[in-house]
Design a protein. Structure first.
Lengths: 243, 623
């Protein structure tokens, strides 16, 4: 394949810029291979996260030519010959160094989600179709690209008020589990700010696991919130019966 | 350079946050111990996440004939009797409870289709019956996410992106660990009454491997340098089916589940060659003709008939990994390989496109995206890849404690459970069975232990050692040394071993050690991968030497240790295990008696036709 021109973000929390590199590449390489090649030959201190290099761990998230992608699943031959490949860190999260960002917000949100709580005395048996949807959500590899692209977090900086698509998927996987006993609707409405999502589906578009985040997780959760808090009949019922 | 280290104190410190570490931390915390968990990566990204096919446990939800005894025997035969029988017994007995426990903690396994809504299980190499609970081909993700979500609500302190450089002792017993945070480079001290090593494997020692960057053998080296004995270091599993093309993904794993779902191996003449390679220990258990194997496939996999009602035997593609890997290697070496030096793994002609996408979604995705190959239409090209270390820190089978008081090990970095070859699916169960035991016993130990005492005046010297690559001006970068190490291991201590190349490998490792002393790192300690690799290399070189020395000592072929100059099982070595330990700053190699299965238990299993005396004889080199 020869040589590829890359621009890679170099810097830390105090600032930085895109830097130009020419990288020798071989057939079949992905963007992460090119980054590794850079580390081995030109920039050994270039920070980037990776683990599996097979799209299974969700570590090597970055913005490649402006799009949130996993570097390990982005083939170089997707780009036109001679096209510059720009690799920048995820914008939504504070920068640590180069391509590595501080994603600790996500771990904090996860802690605030009440875990799976099985119904007492429930039978531990169910059919495959009862869990197909839950399994779709559990495919999530926590790459946080959905969090990165979501404008509520990215442009409106609602960290702390808005859990983000990843965690709506997580909550949906619990709420739709056949024998989970909890109701996390109030939490969704208040603490996790589900109402701030205006279903632009950007999260679904960037999901490397093709989880239907908006249609299958967020919208059904919004419906639960609406049913519980904004259903006129229910409001009337509650007024009449003083609940 | 900053000597200003952060300091934490725990009852139990767990180093490594894959399946074993997480399970251990959950157990230690549940026992009331203040527990710290150190992850080299972000939480939930450890190599466990890549496990695909399933978790082995005799749940008997699909085949009622299954039992812990059968699982135990399959594990021993799969390990060619190199296992510590007691660990294999504990594992087979406790695995079903650990799987059900995962379900209670929120894991969502695939279900049976018999209307009973049970946990479904699938076939895997070397397991007599369907035995692997699974979630499509992403079982490891399910396991780690379940443990992670359980763990974050268990009061465990998690330290992410933190690498341990050295264990610290108070006299004979373990007292703490010292390392650095990857983001800042800042040193950190953990004082602890007991420590569990659960750092995973060594795949990065080989050029073609299926492992993540983390698998640099840290636990083996940390333990060894702190005085722990290593055992079985010659037993390395080369998984038969790694990707071979394109070069950038060489070694990447293709789950055994492909064969479990009907995939067959073919050479460049289109022959299903595995029928030629059935070793005596598996004779009578596998189909001997293509017709028989196809009939089994049709009835069991396609029509879903109960196996106990089917007279045909299962296809030889489902034999244990060591057997299949050697068969592939032979086919490739004798010129019957594919264009890129592999063989064909064909599931396209066996299953519908829809079935393949449903049963093997991440394989479909992986090939489509990384190799432009549609596995529903054409075969995959596959070849052996370094996958798993059976050896490791020698532990007590019931408590998981090493010979160093207070130092425990669980998962891939401990030895004994798998013998000379691990069966697919037995690693995930190993993690949760022995992770739990390690957590339980490390907690019990910590409760009786006094507060750890550490001579903090030594820490400045360790920090100086860690900082050395920045002070070495004009040396080579760590990546070059790592690449040469991988080549040396591949050549000298790879899938096939021989006295001369092993000796050369040891010489190569010596010269790499010299080069490492002069390694340079550019920049500073802020998130600096070149520096991280320089420090990981010390561990990799310790492990490489242990592997080569143990491999040189074992003059026979057994499972994941194949010698071209000593083929076959030897009576002399059958009941021995090779130990590696530090003596006077040098590596010492010792032969030790491997505990043998008690005579009464052996008789019981033979009488129940679960073990065959002639196979035992053969594996013991007595036939």
């Amino acid at each position: 394949m020869g040589q590829v021109h890359m621009r890679v973000y170099r810097g830390n929390s105090e600032g930085g810029q895109l830097k130009d590199y020419d990288v020798q590449v071989e057939e079949g390489m992905v963007v992460l291979d090119a980054i590794h090649k850079l580390q081995a030959t030109q920039a050994s201190d270039l920070a980037c996260r990776w683990n599996c290099k097979a799209g299974k761990c969700g570590s090597c998230s970055a913005e490649v030519n402006g799009k949130p992608r996993l570097m390990c699943m982005t083939r170089l031959n997707e780009f036109k010959e001679g096209q510059t490949i720009t690799v920048a860190p995820m914008k939504t999260f504070p920068l640590m160094k180069d391509l590595a960002t501080d994603v600790s917000y996500n771990y904090e949100v996860n802690k605030r989600i009440p875990p799976f709580t099985p119904k007492e005395g429930a039978a531990w048996s169910w059919e495959q179709e009862d869990v197909d949807r839950v399994q779709e959500f559990r495919k999530c590899i926590e790459c946080f690209l959905c969090q990165d692209t979501c404008h509520v977090l990215r442009d409106h900086d609602k960290m702390g008020k808005f859990a983000g698509p990843r965690f709506f998927v997580r909550i949906a996987s619990l709420e739709m589990h056949p024998i989970d006993a909890l109701d996390r609707t109030e939490l969704l409405k208040n603490e996790h700010g589900l109402g701030l999502c205006n279903i632009t589906k950007c999260c679904t578009e960037v999901c490397p696991e093709s989880i239907h985040i908006t249609d299958n997780a967020i919208i059904p959760l919004k419906e639960r919130v609406v049913d519980k808090y904004y259903d006129p009949l229910r409001i009337l019922w509650n007024k009449v019966f003083g609940k | 350079m900053s000597d200003n280290y952060q300091s934490f104190e725990y009852d139990v410190l767990v180093i490594g946050a894959g399946g074993a570490g997480l399970r251990a931390a959950i157990e230690a915390s549940a026992a009331g111990c203040k527990t710290g968990l150190v992850c080299k990566s972000l939480l939930g990204k450890a190599h466990t996440v890549m496990a695909e096919g399933g978790i082995a446990a005799a749940l008997a939800t699909v085949d009622s004939r299954d039992s812990w005894r059968q699982h135990f025997c399959d594990t021993l035969i799969g390990g060619n009797l190199g296992n510590h029988w007691k660990m294999a017994e504990i594992h087979a007995k406790q695995a079903p409870d650990r799987v059900r426990e995962l379900e209670k903690w929120g894991a969502v396994f695939d279900r049976t289709t018999d209307g009973k809504g049970n946990i479904n299980v699938r076939h895997f190499g070397g397991h007599t019956y369907k035995r692997l609970a699974h979630v499509g081909d992403r079982t490891g993700l399910e396991l780690i996410r379940t443990l992670q979500d359980k763990g974050v609500h268990s009061g465990i302190d998690v330290h992410m992106e933190c690498t341990i450089y050295s264990l610290l002792k108070d006299g004979e017993k373990v007292a703490g660990a010292y390392g650095y945070f990857r983001e800042t480079g800042r040193p950190v001290l953990f004082k602890a009454k007991s420590i569990i090593l659960s750092t995973g494997g060594i795949g990065k020692l080989y050029f073609v491997n299926s492992n993540s960057w983390e698998c640099t053998g840290d636990g083996f080296a940390l333990g060894y340098l702190a005085g722990a004995e290593l055992a079985d270091m010659e037993y390395i599993q080369f998984h038969p089916t790694g990707m071979v093309w394109p070069p950038s993904v060489r070694g990447l794993l293709i789950t055994e589940g492909v064969r479990g779902e009907g995939g067959v191996l073919k050479n460049n003449k289109g022959e299903r060659f595995m029928f030629k390679y059935i070793p005596p220990k598996y004779q009578g258990k596998y189909a001997e003709t293509e017709e028989e194997a196809n009939a089994w496939f049709q009835k069991v996999v396609v029509e879903g008939q109960k196996e106990e009602t089917v007279k045909e035997r299962k296809p030889p593609e489902l034999m244990s990994r060591d057997v299949v890997a050697r068969a592939l290697w032979t086919e490739i070496k004798e010129g019957r390989g594919t264009e890129h030096g592999g063989v064909d793994l064909d599931v396209a002609s066996r299953r519908s496109a829809e079935d393949i996408k449903k049963k093997l979604p991440s394989m479909y995705h992986q090939f489509k995206q990384l190799a432009d190959v549609d596995i529903t239409k054409v075969p995959m090209e596959v070849g052996p890849t370094c996958h798993y270390m059976m050896g490791g820190i020698k532990v007590d089978p019931e408590t998981q404690m090493s010979n160093v008081p207070g130092l425990f090990a669980a998962g891939e970095c401990s030895a004994g459970m798998h013998g000379s070859n691990r069966l697919g699916g037995n690693s995930l169960s190993d993690l949760v069975v022995f992770g739990k035991l390690a957590g339980e016993h490390a907690a019990a130990y910590a409760k009786k232990a006094s507060a750890p005492k550490i001579d903090e005046s030594k820490l400045a010297g360790l920090n100086q050692e860690m900082n050395q690559p920045f002070e070495n001006q004009g040396g080579e970068v760590s990546y070059k040394i790592m690449a040469d190490l991988q080549t040396a291991m591949e050549k000298g201590a790879g899938m096939y071993r021989e006295e001369g190349p092993l000796e050369q490998c040891l010489k190569d490792l010596e010269s790499l050690k010299e080069r490492l002393k002069k390694v340079s790192a550019e920049g500073n300690r802020l998130f600096n991968p070149g520096w991280h690799v320089a420090l990981d290399l010390r561990n990799m070189l310790v492990v490489g030497e242990a592997v080569a020395r143990a491999a040189k000592e074992r003059k026979e072929s057994r499972g994941g240790h194949t010698r071209t100059d000593y083929t076959g099982y030897s009576k002399e070595f059958a009941k021995k295990r090779i130990l590696i330990r530090q003596k006077g700053g040098k590596m010492e190699v010792v032969r030790e008696d491997l505990p043998q299965i008690p005579a009464e238990l052996e008789k019981e299993l033979v009488d129940a036709h679960l073990l065959k005396p002639e196979i035992l004889k053969q594996l013991r080199g007595e036939a």
